[in-house]
Design a protein around this ligand. Structure first.
Ligand SMILES: Cc1ncc(COP(=O)(O)O)c(C=O)c1O
Length: 390
């Protein structure tokens, strides 16, 4: 028998990057030394004290039962304490924090919660592709906000037409930004809050790379701005700050109604997250912070190794403010897919073509700083040589 999926499933965008993994594997299978910087999967291990907290918790049979539907109070308290300590933001653990099954799930749930068919969601372009997945499932319409180098990759809020604002229910933002590596300023966030309250739009700030800011600058939290709780929430994942991408744990903080609605939809989808993982996540958020400093330092060393080697070999790479990505303008006029394909087959370096992040990603490739500094320096050298020869 052949089964046909429901309309909402057939609306899902195709996974632009799935072919890349296959092509990398094929080039590797042919015996080449591939430097794979195409993905966003942290390569370093979870800090040992967090792994140890999981081990302890998993040995306690109490964690083997269904956890509370809305997450362990201990984890919500830890998230609130983390926001207080890190950003000076006060949130009530019970009503202003929701435990979510990884940031990606939360982003999709928000579209399901707030978009009726035809409603608009503003998305960054280029941006993290999964915003589009939730919008498509809900039957919503994505309105891309261009992120341009000449505006430091911050969208022009005054460029959105009134008719679009009238239909806008949801607004996704993400700084430090994937893929551009750009950071936001408190002033920008204040402008966002003013626009959002004027147009009664819910802001979802995806703070996935919140911990990763360079040159001693800590990326600002949207929630730290006055009135942010009135208009929005922030999603904080443990995937990047603590190298816990496989653990699938994140939380949302902010507006009470939105937190209640996230809990409501999750009451129907999940029974929260394995309690032992929640125990370990609480340890991550309240435990020693030197692991975060070490991680950020490691990425900064990698960033500098890549940028410097590129420069030495004649390829211009702007330094990102944050995240673990370099957003590299393609200097030879090739389109991003053709460039990435040729770079992989000829120089054995895998990067993500900018077009996969939206129309305004064309002309760039994204390099993940997810290899040791010497490999990144070598990748930059190979890229520069490839450009010179093409
Ligand atoms: C911008 C952005 N948001 C959200 C996520 C999702 O992270 P997770 O689902 O692991 O919490 C990612 C992961 O790569 C990301 O780059």
């Amino acid at each position: 028998m052949k089964f046909v999926v429901a309309d909402r499933i057939s609306r899902l965008p195709s996974q632009f990057f799935s072919g890349l993994t296959r092509r990398v594997a094929a080039v590797q299978a042919a015996g080449h030394d591939v430097i794979n910087l195409g993905q966003g999967n942290p390569d370093l291990p979870t800090p040992p004290h967090i792994v140890e907290a999981l081990r302890r918790a998993v040995l306690d049979p109490a964690t083997h039962k269904y956890p509370p539907f809305r997450g362990l109070p201990k984890l919500k308290e830890a998230a609130a304490a983390f926001y207080q300590r890190t950003y000076g933001v006060t949130v009530d653990p019970e009503t202003e924090v929701a435990v979510i099954v990884g940031g990606k799930t939360g982003l999709v749930e928000l579209a399901e919660l707030y978009l009726n068919p035809g409603d608009v969601a503003l998305v960054p372009d280029p941006g993290y592709p999964d915003y589009l997945s939730g919008i498509a499932l809900a039957g919503g319409v994505a309105y891309p906000m261009p992120l341009l180098a000449e505006r430091s990759f911050l969208p022009d809020l005054d460029a959105v037409p009134e008719q679009v604002w009238d239909r806008t229910r949801l607004w996704y933002l993400n700084y430090p930004n994937n893929p551009t590596g750009a950071g936001a300023t408190p002033e920008f966030f204040q402008h966002v809050i003013a626009k959002a309250s004027e147009h009664r739009t819910l802001v979802v700030h995806d703070f996935a790379y919140g911990a990763i800011g360079y040159d001693g600058k800590r990326p600002p939290s949207f929630m730290a701005q006055p009135d942010a709780k009135e208009v929005g929430i922030e999603i904080y994942t443990l995937s990047k700050t603590f190298n816990m991408a496989g653990w699938r744990v994140a939380f949302a903080v902010g507006n009470r109604d939105v937190i209640e609605h996230i809990n409501l939809i999750q009451d129907h989808y999940y029974v929260s997250i394995f309690a032992a993982v929640q125990e370990a996540a609480a340890e991550a958020l309240t435990g020693p912070t030197d692991c975060i400093d070490e991680l950020v330092n490691a990425y900064q060393v990698r960033r500098d190794a890549f940028v410097q080697s590129a420069q030495e070999h004649g390829l211009y790479v702007p330094r990102p403010d944050g995240s673990f990505f370099c957003w590299v303008p393609i200097p030879n006029g090739m389109n991003s897919v053709a460039f990435a394909e040729a770079l992989l087959s000829q120089a054995h370096v895998a990067v993500a073509p900018g077009a996969g992040f939206g129309d305004h990603g064309e002309g760039y490739v994204r390099v993940g700083l997810l290899a040791p500094p010497d490999r990144l320096a070598e990748a930059a050298r190979r890229m520069a040589m490839f450009v010179r020869q093409s």
